[in-house]
Write a protein that binds this ligand. Structure first.
Ligand SMILES: NC(=O)c1ccc[n+]([C@@H]2O[C@H](COP(=O)([O-])OP(=O)(O)OC[C@H]3O[C@@H](n4cnc5c(N)ncnc54)[C@H](OP(=O)(O)O)[C@@H]3O)[C@@H](O)[C@H]2O)c1
Length: 319
């Protein structure tokens, strides 16, 4: 099968076309023919091997797994004898969680992984960019009791996770203020934000409003920077935490006040993807594609996402 592999860390040109054996599913696995995948922030970080601590998980001097790619959309081609909830021919989308391996024509997926049938009307490219952004957004929002009318500020609202948090917060009828560049402001407004602050025109930390929830969605702010903007019982969620956030979390925990700052790694769960699938079916949320590249253009797609300026998501057509 055709694939893209990387055998050393570096720029996007370390990704090279390759030919691999087509995998075979075990009893509890499915074989999916991939029609589309994506480039996430995690993909380019692992490819570059930076920041260095990431290498403790993915290989100290060179990548342990040569296949990248975390999300997929495609068609079930074979099922193991223990798999009962999917059938050959089902159009599915999902994520490999902490594993990778979707930069290829086929992937075997453990039947317990987050995977669901693609809702009617979604293309493979749209479905492929749903899992990582929406499952991360859903995981972090479950840490707070979001109520209608609550004031939420999302810093980095135009990214994959940010655009998903925005939509899930609007499903709960929260009042959302999004921070992004002026380039992406009109998109963010279209995606449902009540107010947009362009960080290249205005200093969002000077806002006089208080927020019940402030979300650091792309690692460009910190609890220290936004603490004064939180309402009395307001919370700060860091999808990409600053170093000082860990320190402040520790300091707060010493005084038993350890609920205000939330950091962590999102768990991607099958049951959460089912909730996301229902919201997609009901047309309450939508994946937003900035660009779609052909499979042969994967290195160019990585270079684009690495610039950190995309609006929503970047999809890859595989078949
Ligand atoms: N903790 C977890 O489990 C978890 C899960 C998923 C992702 N993550 C991490 O979360 C982060 C976000 O992921 P993502 O996929 O959403 O990233 P992304 O899509 O690559 O985010 C890029 C976005 O950030 C915006 N941006 C860049 N500089 C900014 C600034 N100074 N202020 C505000 N916005 C800025 C860009 O928009 P503009 O051009 O408008 O600035 C762009 O839309 C990544 O670091 C990723 O590794 C963590």
């Amino acid at each position: 099968m055709k694939a893209f592999t990387f055998k050393r860390y570096g720029e996007s040109n370390v990704l090279n076309p390759d030919t691999l054996e087509k995998p075979e599913p075990k009893a509890n696995e499915l074989l999916v023919k991939i029609h589309a995948t994506s480039v996430t922030a995690g993909d380019w970080r692992i490819r570059s091997g930076k920041p260095l601590p990431i290498r403790f998980f993915v290989g100290l001097f060179k990548p342990k797994n040569h296949l990248l790619g975390h999300e997929f959309a495609g068609v079930v081609e074979e099922i193991g004898i223990e798999v009962s909830d999917f059938q050959v021919g089902d159009k599915v989308f999902g994520s490999l969680g902490m594993n990778s391996g979707t930069y290829a024509e086929y992937v075997v997926v453990d039947s317990g992984m987050p995977m669901a049938k693609i809702p009617e009307g979604l293309s493979f490219e749209e479905a492929a960019v749903v899992p990582v952004g929406f499952l991360s957004a859903y995981y972090f929002l479950q840490k707070v009791d979001l109520q209608p009318g609550m004031k939420v500020l999302i810093h980095g609202v135009s990214g994959s996770v940010g655009s998903a948090i925005l939509q899930l917060a609007k499903v709960k009828n929260a009042h959302v203020v999004g921070v992004c560049s002026s380039k992406n402001a009109s998109w963010v407004k279209k995606w449902g934000a009540d107010q947009v602050i362009c960080y290249d025109r205005e200093d969002f930390t000077q806002l006089t409003q208080k927020f019940d929830l402030i979300i650091n969605a792309v690692g460009k702010t910190s609890f220290r920077e936004v603490n004064h903007m939180l309402a009395g019982s307001g919370k700060y969620l860091a999808v990409d935490a600053a170093m000082t956030d860990y320190l402040d979390l520790f300091i707060q925990s010493l005084s038993g006040k350890n609920e205000q700052i939330q950091v962590g790694i999102a768990e991607q769960k099958r049951e959460d993807l089912v909730v996301i699938q229902a919201l997609l079916k009901a047309k309450k949320i939508k994946p937003y594609l900035d660009r779609v590249y052909r499979f042969e253009e994967l290195p160019a797609a990585h270079a684009y996402v690495e610039m950190g300026k995309k609006a929503g998501n970047v999809g890859i057509m595989v078949a």
